[in-house]
Every structure is written in structure tokens, then in C-alpha cells.
Design a binder for this molecule. Structure first.
Ligand code: 4NP
Length: 156
């Protein structure tokens, strides 16, 4: 059974599709499965935002075939690790949890880079184009740490 990791943001078109593509590129495909979802329902079935597709492409990743979906409570059982992009995603997700085991699966992704600081990945949706570059960089650094930990822990 592969180890399953879910990346969550609000719309599932900007941040979490990038996080999914970046982490998947750093892990062996036979042992790990990475997916993403949004807490909101606006972008179900949509492709990632063109600005996320572009910054991924610039970094040699193709995220264009991803399709938006909404987080559901069954994700607590399906996934071993759930990384959220910001504090508001955190509260949206944990309020759907039934028990402590489910709550403990949910972590702020930037706490991997800045432990216990509860820093948000800023939502680049309404911002300037270079917001996507800086989000990419943060996610790439956090995913380097996550990938190393996962590979070590699940001794591939
Ligand atoms: P994301 O950005 O959560 O990084 O995918 C957003 C995309 C769309 C919306 C909000 C955030 N929206 O309100 O449509």
C-alpha cells in the first residue's frame, strides 16, 4: 500500500496543485501517492490556475492535467498525511474531523520549514504575478523537507 499525502488549500487551483506536483516529483511513484483538494467547491473539475501551470512549467513540472476537487471527510481515512496551506484551511479541515487521530493528520505545510510558527502560504489568487513564484519557492523548500522525512520514515 502506498503512503498517501493530501495537499489542501481553499480553491484547489493555485497553491495545493503546485504542492501536489512538487512533492510528487520528489518521491518515488511506486511507494507514495500525492493528491490535492480544496475546502471550497467553486473549482470542482477545473484545471489549475494558468499562473500555477506556468510557474510549474518553468520548473519543469506539468500540473495541467490535475482536476479540482473538494475535501471530504473520507479523506481523513484515505490519507496518511494532510498538509494545509494556511491557518484558515487548517480550521476548515479540523472542524470536519471526528477524532484526535484525524486532527493529528492535519499539519500546516510551512511548519516543516519554520517549526511551530504557523506561517501561511499566502493565497496568490488575487495578487501580483510574482506571488506565484514566491509560493513556488516556499512550497519547493517545504516539500524538500517533507520528502526527505517521508523517505526516511517509510525507508524506501
Ligand atoms: P487557492 O487560491 O486556494 O490557492 O487555490 C484560490 C483560488 C480561488 C479562490 C480562492 C482561493 N476563489 O475564491 O475562487
Amino acid at each position: 500500500m502506498p503512503v498517501k499525502i493530501l495537499m489542501v488549500c481553499l480553491g484547489n487551483i493555485c497553491r495545493s496543485p503546485l504542492a501536489e506536483g512538487i512533492l510528487a516529483s520528489k518521491l518515488p511513484k511506486n511507494k507514495f501517492k500525492v493528491d490535492s483538494a480544496g475546502t471550497g467547491s467553486w473549482h470542482i473539475g477545473h484545471q489549475p490556475d494558468e499562473r500555477s501551470i506556468a510557474v510549474a512549467k518553468k520548473n519543469k513540472l506539468d500540473i495541467s492535467r490535475q482536476k479540482g476537487r473538494q475535501f471530504t471527510t473520507s479523506d481523513f481515512d484515505t490519507f496518511d498525511y494532510i498538509y494545509v496551506m494556511d491557518n484558515s484551511n487548517y480550521w476548515d479541515v479540523v472542524q470536519l474531523a471526528d477524532n484526535q487521530k484525524q486532527t493529528e493528520k492535519v499539519q500546516l505545510i510551512l511548519n516543516e520549514l519554520f517549526p511551530n510558527e504557523n506561517v501561511d502560504v499566502p493565497d496568490p489568487y488575487f495578487g501580483l504575478p510574482n506571488g506565484f513564484e514566491s509560493v513556488y519557492k516556499m512550497l519547493d523548500e517545504a516539500c524538500d523537507i517533507i520528502a526527505k522525512k517521508l523517505i526516511e520514515k517509510h525507508s524506501v
